[in-house]
Design a protein around this ligand. Structure first.
Ligand SMILES: O=C(O)CCC(=O)N[C@@H](CCC(=O)O)C(=O)O
Ligand SMILES: [Zn+2]
Length: 344
């Protein structure tokens, strides 16, 4: 198994050939500079001999059909394994849901990105593969971040793609962190990566990025890198800036970030999340309406159990509309411009 990986440098292939687990953890050295530990299928850690100031997690494939970030991460892993680039920061890559990646579907049985912060074990408990895997992923994040040296910055970018097209092609969700100012440096890092739009969430969630922000004080984001396409059909030239900035981050090359300038980015505040109450929930707008389309006050966005759901602010933009979720889950996020965000 190790020989195959060392020859191919294809960690995704190893992961997808062993979607449930690996027989045993693997450990090896890259030259004199890096130790590599494979903790489980889809879980690989690069540890430079001389540790620097950042501990970085890059996760992808929490939704199995969101392939561009999976390809991007597999390329970074291959370049690290072949010593084309050398990690100067501690970095862990996670391929979240190998079964769903093999299936080419968002989920197998349940949306994994609603199962963090312990949600995997509430309600019916560990009854499906996504719940079992979410629990394991939480444990790997804890193991990784609990080994951070004092003063080390923790970073977690959970990489996704959106189901539909977006007015802002690449965007990030900043999890709810009521006790912290928003990081100007992180927002400018995202902008330099081609992610020029940030949504500030207004409440705790059970997403992967929220768990890392809340439990470990990490600079954590869900990052949407364009639209869903099948594996191998992504135009990877659209991710050149993202690849370049992640590579600089891992290798501790100069980030050369611009000073924070609110006019260079699109900042939105989440004003509400509409959850599905009844099976008959439906939107009034067409399936091909893109993310960030704005609707005026009073516009009927949806109907749910005979009730009309209307725009409450002068204008609200919508993101992630999806009527086909289970009752109780998010159908859409509504946004207003973030005019007073505390960015420092
Ligand atoms: O395009 C869509 O409808 C969903 C894309 C996606 O998977 N988004 C994440 C966002 C997580 C967050 O709010 O931080 C998700 O729904 O899990
Ligand atoms: Zn996703």
């Amino acid at each position: 198994m190790l020989q195959t990986l060392l020859a191919s440098k294809d960690f995704l292939a190893l992961t997808l050939a062993n979607p449930e687990q690996l027989d045993q953890p693997l450990s090896f050295a890259l030259g004199q500079h890096t130790r590599v530990d494979i903790w489980d299928t889809g879980v690989i850690v690069f540890e430079p001999k001389e540790r620097q100031r950042k501990d970085i997690i890059l996760s992808s494939g929490v939704h199995g059909n969101e392939t561009a970030p999976i390809e991007l991460c597999n390329r970074l892993i291959a370049e690290l394994l072949s010593e084309k680039i050398i990690a100067k920061q501690r970095v862990m890559f996670l391929f979240g849901n190998p079964d769903a990646i093999n299936n080419g579907t968002r989920i197998v049985e349940e949306n994994m990105n609603r199962l963090f912060s312990g949600a995997h074990s509430t309600g019916p408990g560990l009854v499906n593969p996504e719940r079992v895997r979410a629990k394991k992923l939480e444990a790997y994040v804890a193991r990784f971040f609990n080994d951070s040296q004092a003063g080390c910055q923790r970073i977690h970018y959970d990489l996704h793609t959106a189901i539909r097209a977006s007015k802002h092609e690449k965007f990030a969700i900043y999890p709810y962190t009521p006790d912290r100012a928003y990081s100007a440096e992180q927002i400018m890092f995202l902008a330099a990566s081609g992610v020029d739009t940030v949504l500030f969430h207004h409440e705790p969630t059970t997403t992967f990025s929220y768990a890392s922000a809340n439990l470990y004080g990490a600079d954590a984001f869900t990052i949407e890198l364009g639209k869903v396409y099948p594996m191998g059909q992504n135009d990877m030239t659209r991710f050149v800036a993202t690849y370049e900035m992640l590579s600089r981050l891992i290798c501790d090359r100069p980030l050369e970030l611009a000073r924070f300038d609110a006019t260079q980015v699109n900042l939105y505040q989440v004003c509400r999340v509409i959850n599905k109450q009844h099976e008959d929930f439906e939107f009034t707008f067409a399936d091909d309406v893109e993310n960030f389309r704005a609707f005026p006050k009073g516009y009927v966005l949806a109907r749910d159990g005979g009730q009309e759901i209307k725009v409450e602010h002068d204008s609200e933009a919508i993101v992630f509309p999806n009527a086909k979720v289970p009752v109780g889950q998010r159908t859409v996020i509504c946004l207003i411009p973030a005019t007073n965000a505390d960015v420092r």
